[in-house]
Design a protein around this ligand. Structure first.
Ligand code: HEC
Length: 114
């Protein structure tokens, strides 16, 4: 076997390792920015009468602030979907489309730092 073939072997093995190293998860900005922006617009028109978005709640009986909702450990895209799809005693029955639910939940989770 020619000498240069042996020298190339470690390089080959190393590049294989680099290629097959899993990419780090992109968990930092978990919500797509365009969905967050769309969700903010929707929330401003549909939810802002009652909810605040990372500001102080108007009073103790006011509906929960979205940043606080988003930061709760139990809040996930799934829990928001379930909530927004079910009729709710103290909230008007908002009929939301699938894309609106996704955008609103992205906005709420983003506010909560998820
Ligand atoms: C008429 C007032 C009103 C409007 C408009 C309203 N909400 Fe609410 N919402 C409430 C009240 C009151 C509560 C808390 C009481 C409860 O959870 O039963 C609540 C609770 C919630 C919660 C649950 C928080 C938790 O504790 O899990 C979510 C999520 C939520 N609202 C999202 C929305 C979204 C998204 C919109 C707009 C599309 C919206 N709400 C519009 C009054 C409102």
């Amino acid at each position: 076997m020619p000498r240069h073939a042996l020298l190339g072997l470690p390089v080959f093995v190393l590049s294989g390792l680099i290629l097959f190293t899993p990419a780090p998860p992109v968990a930092q900005a978990a919500q797509a920015p365009e969905q967050v922006a769309q969700g903010r617009l929707l929330a401003q028109s549909l939810c802002a009468d009652c909810h605040t978005f990372g500001g102080d709640r108007r009073n103790d009986r006011a509906p929960p602030d979205f940043a606080a909702v988003g930061a709760m450990p139990s809040t996930t895209a799934l829990s928001l979907r379930v909530f927004l799809k079910s009729p709710h005693a103290t909230m008007p029955d908002l009929v939301l489309e699938e894309g609106q639910i996704q955008a609103l939940s992205a906005f709420i989770l983003d506010l909560g730092g998820k």
